[in-house]
Design a protein around this ligand. Structure first.
Ligand code: MN
Ligand code: MN
Length: 463
């Protein structure tokens, strides 16, 4: 009788499982896969660097720039770069485009601190940089963390200078200060959300004066002089520049069992890496496979490199013209994975989650029917048919998956690029790696989850 009950329970009940319990043979493969992933994270600290690294991986796999007047056969691989900030990779499939494509869209931008247009100032003998945060951050987390500066500056003569200071072992780093506990009694009374305010995210930039006693702001002059010496940059050139401060930390293993990865920018570069590495492995897929690395997701997918822009639509038009296909037929018959991370259940803060509907570290990529806030506001809300269709492809290919909401109902919320793809008349669903401490300077993921997200994307692109 007892045996019968446990069999009945097994047949009728569902709980998600840890990949290591179900497929221990994947532990080794996940570790190997994540060695490349850590390297990818270290090379890709900004949206531009992410696109450049992915472009290089694609070129090494035989991808060539797309020619809109070209004719392509199954198995041929092309790419398109949009303003150095978004990227489209295509492997042509055996079926005509009109039968639909398999889209995977991840985003290459991450929360960070951008420099303001006029960033350099001196106060009481120290030089600082003013910042304006990009994306959703908990501001107090960004103090007393070593930072590096990345970006591009266009000089008066039109020359474009790439800046990257703070990533090499011998480089200096930058940092935002915070009060010592001995003197923080007043600050301690602030609400956590205002513990450190936006205008307090000032980066320490220099401390040696340059000039004589009549020189105003001699420390500022000293750092400007170094910038000019090394890069030919003047203070005026900074007005038009794009400089981003990001954590100057390398990705590393986390846990005595080395089961996890710690690093900056895993939302959403874990999905970017899982998707790009899957795309470059394709031979001759059934449907044409299209991987997109989008920009500006963290600030609402706006701008001409974000998913609200027409760049993907126009690219698809050009792609369709190579086969005299109608773009609306292609979109209508396509399926899209919006590859973006989910929040992992955190036992230390369990009251923020609803544990029956949470994603757990190690239980595989989290597939989300809907994201959004409050009453699913801002979600694309995939259909049961789309969800079940994806699940069957994944399970046929040995992928362990789970579902889960970001947190409790009305606890907050967030969106992804899913709705922009759905707006194009494409069946779209969210899938991604569960992340601990999402949007913090140092985020944590499970190696098995990153690897199974890659396996999921590959199985989908081959379907
Ligand atoms: Mn994301
Ligand atoms: Mn995000």
């Amino acid at each position: 009788m007892e045996n019968g009950i446990s069999e009945l329970k097994k047949k009728l009940c569902y709980t998600s499982v840890h990949i290591a319990a179900e497929m221990p043979e994947d532990i080794r493969d996940a570790e190997e896969f994540c060695e490349d992933y850590k390297e990818f994270l270290d090379l890709s600290k900004t949206e531009r660097e992410t696109v450049a690294t992915a472009e290089q991986i694609a070129q090494e796999a035989g991808f060539v720039p797309f020619d809109r007047f070209g004719k392509y056969k199954a198995g041929q691989k092309v790419y398109f770069v949009n303003r150095e900030k978004s990227l489209i990779l295509v492997t042509f499939g055996k079926k005509p485009l009109a039968e639909g494509v398999r889209f995977v869209v991840a985003h290459g931008d991450c929360p960070r601190l951008d420099l303001k247009a006029s960033p350099v100032y001196e106060k009481d003998g120290t030089a600082f940089l003013k910042t304006h945060y990009y994306g959703g951050i908990r501001k107090y987390q960004w103090t007393t963390v070593p930072l590096s500066l990345h970006g591009v500056v266009i000089l008066k003569n039109g020359k474009k200078v790439s800046v990257c200071i703070g990533e090499k072992d011998t480089d200096p780093r930058f940092v935002i200060s915070d009060l010592l506990p001995h003197l923080s009694m007043e600050q301690n009374e602030r609400k956590l959300s205002e513990g450190v305010k936006g205008e307090e995210l000032n980066i320490v930039f220099g401390n040696i004066p340059f000039g004589d006693e009549d020189t105003k702001d001699p420390v500022k002059l000293c750092v400007l002089n170094i910038l000019y010496d090394r890069y030919g940059i003047t203070e005026k050139d900074l007005l038009t520049a794009e400089l981003e401060a990001v954590p100057a930390v390398k990705a590393c293993d986390i846990g005595l069992d080395r089961s996890m990865i710690g690093g900056y920018g895993q939302d959403d570069r874990s999905c970017v890496f899982a998707s790009v590495s899957a795309q470059v492995m394709l031979k001759k897929p059934e449907h044409t496979a299209v991987t997109v690395i989008a920009d500006k997701e963290e600030i609402g997918s706006c701008g001409n490199t974000g998913m609200e822009s027409l760049f993907l639509y126009d690219f698809m038009q050009d792609l369709c013209e190579t086969q005299n296909a109608k773009v609306r037929d292609v979109y209508r018959n396509s399926i899209c994975l919006s590859a973006d991370v989910g929040g992992a259940f955190d036992p230390t803060f369990r009251s923020a989650f609803e544990e029956n509907n949470s994603a757990f570290l190690g239980h595989g990529p989290v597939i989300q029917k809907y994201t959004g806030a409050r009453g699913k506001s801002g979600a694309s809300d995939a259909s049961a048919e789309t969800f079940a269709g994806i699940v069957s492809v994944l399970e046929e290919n040995g992928v362990i998956w789970q579902t889960g909401e970001l947190g409790k109902v009305d606890g907050g919320g967030g969106g992804t690029v899913a709705k922009y793809m759905a707006n194009m008349d494409v069946d779209t669903i969210d899938i991604g790696v569960p992340v601990l401490s999402m949007h913090a300077p140092f985020e944590v993921t499970s190696k098995l989850d990153v690897y199974h997200t890659h396996k999921a994307v590959k199985a989908f692109l081959e379907s």
